[in-house]
Design a protein around this ligand. Structure first.
Ligand SMILES: Nc1ncnc2c1ncn2[C@@H]1O[C@H](COP(=O)(O)OP(=O)(O)OP(=O)(O)O)[C@@H](O)[C@H]1O
Ligand SMILES: [Mg+2]
Length: 318
């Protein structure tokens, strides 16, 4: 399939997106990658916008900057060719009301990359995703998407900018059919988009007339991912997509994610407790502890670092 095969034309809401907001904006379907040579948006850092510019090693990060907290400098210099960050969290302090969960978290996701967000239970992985989507309260620090400061944007605005989110809770409508779930709230029937979704997840095509509550856990997860993809995200946040699923279904989902990546699909930030699986899938690994980043490096390197995996995740890869 010729790239970019995903997403096709049109878009649908991501979970958490206000359908009414979305419906008034046909402009949200505009391709979000800036065309070459366009002027930067207000607040946009031109340097950050130059994604796709090949950078020779050591490429990440650009020369001269200090390592992020917890970043291993030796490992950091291993990069070969990486573009400017698509998503940046800068010293983010965030939580829920009086509860602070993220304590000065700084991390980046590169355009077109697959990044794993790892850490023990309760360290703030879901909160990181919620902060990016505008679903947790950011008390200080900044979140940039394509160099644009989105720290105070509404969730629907973030979705319109190209952020897609599959929450840990999946959030599908139990009484609606698969197809109704996919098109719920859409202004037009996105047949081409649906075909793409069904091509990626053939099980959903078979089950298109079944209600949400008649689906297996794996099918529900596929539906949740497919619905997020109909939003035409350029960065897809996946919160524990493999949680509670049988190994064969996990492989099916991972295969779909790989296919998506190979077809020019969105960059992905993926939280997953199945560390072996995600380290084999992703390129970059970021580890959290108590709401901040304690380590980040390439997954190929991380897979060999039993000491780090054991220390921060309580496990070692065999
Ligand atoms: N809505 C909320 N209000 C108050 N505290 C919350 C809320 N949601 C999460 N927390 C707390 O924030 C901390 C981090 O939660 P979070 O869900 O981000 O962790 P996590 O790393 O995703 O964990 P898990 O691996 O169990 O999914 C936990 O102590 C949790 O109890
Ligand atoms: Mg979580």
């Amino acid at each position: 399939m010729s790239a970019p095969a995903w997403p096709p034309e049109g878009r649908a809401p991501s979970p958490g997106e206000d359908v009414a907001q979305r419906q008034e904006g046909t402009s949200v379907s505009a391709p979000a990658r800036p065309p070459e040579g366009r002027a930067p948006s207000p607040g946009e850092d031109v340097a950050q916008r130059q994604e796709g510019t090949p950078v020779s090693a050591p490429a990440r990060p650009p020369e001269g900057r200090a390592p992020s907290p917890g970043e291993d400098v030796a490992q950091r210099q291993e990069g070969t060719s990486v573009s400017a960050p698509m998503l940046q969290l800068q010293d983010v302090v965030a939580g829920y009301g009086p509860v602070t969960v993220l304590n000065g978290l700084s991390m980046e996701v590169q355009a077109g990359s697959l990044t794993a967000l790892l850490g023990r239970n309760g360290v703030g992985k879901s909160t990181t995703m919620k902060a990016v989507m505008g679903l947790a309260q950011v008390k200080s620090g900044r979140i940039l998407f394509d160099g644009r400061d989105i720290t105070h944007c509404r969730p629907d605005e973030r979705a319109a900018l190209g952020l897609g989110y599959v929450p840990q809770t999946r959030d599908i409508f139990p009484s609606l059919s698969v197809e109704e779930n996919l098109v719920a709230g859409l202004k037009r029937f996105p047949s081409a988009d649906l075909e793409q979704a069904y091509a990626l997840f053939p099980r959903l095509r078979e089950r298109r007339r079944n209600r949400g509550n008649q689906l297996s856990g794996g099918e529900q997860q596929m539906l949740s991912v497919a619905r997020a993809l109909l939003g035409r995200p350029r960065l897809l946040l996946l919160d524990e997509p493999l949680e509670g699923l049988a190994p064969v279904i996990c492989q099916e989902l991972l295969e779909a994610f790989r296919q998506l990546a190979n077809e020019g699909g969105p960059a992905m930030l993926i939280v997953e407790q199945q560390v072996q699986e995600v380290l084999a899938f992703a390129q970059r690994g970021v580890i959290l502890e108590r709401g901040s980043v304690v380590h980040q490096s390439d997954c190929a390197m991380l897979r060999t670092r039993d000491d780090i995996l054991d220390r921060y995740l309580g496990m070692a890869i065999e």
